[in-house]
Design a protein around this ligand. Sequence first.
Ligand code: F6P
Length: 324
Amino acid sequence: MQFLVNVLRQDGVDNALISLLQTVGVACKEINFRLHQGALAGVLGSTEDENVQGEVQKKLDVISNDLLKDLLLQSGLVKALASEEEDDIVVGDIDGQFLIAFDPLDGSSNIDINAMVGTIFSIYRANDSLVVDESSFLQPGSLQVAAGYVVYGPATLLVLTTGNGVKMFTLDQTLGEYLLTVKKVNIDPDTQEFAINMSNQRHWAKPMQDYIDDLLKGSEGPRGKNFNMRWVAAMVADVHRILCRGGLFSYPWDRRAPEKPGKLRLMYEANPMAMLIEQAGGRASTGTQRILDIQPEQIHQRVAVVLGAANEVGAVEQYYSHQR
Ligand code: F6P
């Protein structure tokens, strides 16, 4: 049996980062417990409050956010944190070595139907300045020192990279420990499976409409092969499937909200997933730019996302480049 902490030590991860990842792991065990209580814990449904994205918060979003926030702030390791459920950054210990951004419960509309949800996190090393504010977080994703998610499904898994490939740990619910179950994740560069919310097709930009049209033409079309489609409507679950068996995931720009570059959030959804995907040999793009190269302008900014099988992401980029 290989426990999380031993695996990280063998990988040469420093003690402070190991402690931080353990803290995230502990908070996620507690979130996992609450989720599995379901209606028994009285945690389903919504609060009256809206988060910064204008969505009504589910009670479990709030609970998960508070659990992570409290444990991270108590750890003394975190200089500041940013969360989907917090309008502003939350300042922690001025000597803390890390900045962490997270989505405490991604795909939370799945909770009421007992479907997969997850916690996504992105970690940067903090500098030793005595001032910490939103600008401290505005670093490209390529500077992340660790990224990952915990997916709460039939089994609960921690999927993690510290820049040395992607590993999967399964939570042993009796031991209360994350055990290594996949040593190295590899995404096949080719695929015949895509994930996108097809009901929005008429709102997309022309290159994305054309790309999906060509996939749907199957073996008789320009791609010369048939494609299957899957959509869980929780990014964490769709990306998890891609890390397990390949595929392409996209949430592109659409003209229902033309002023926004996309729906998903750069700092705590796209960046950590992009690091995982690249570390597993895939690619992550906006359609025109590598996601990890984007210089963020604010912590809650949105971005168009195309990620997964390297050759397929390349194919999408070809459609966009022909448009220009
Ligand atoms: O965070 C937003 C999110 O819930 C993602 O996890 C998911 O991929 C997407 O929205 C689902 O969007 P839609 O409801 O439009 O299918």
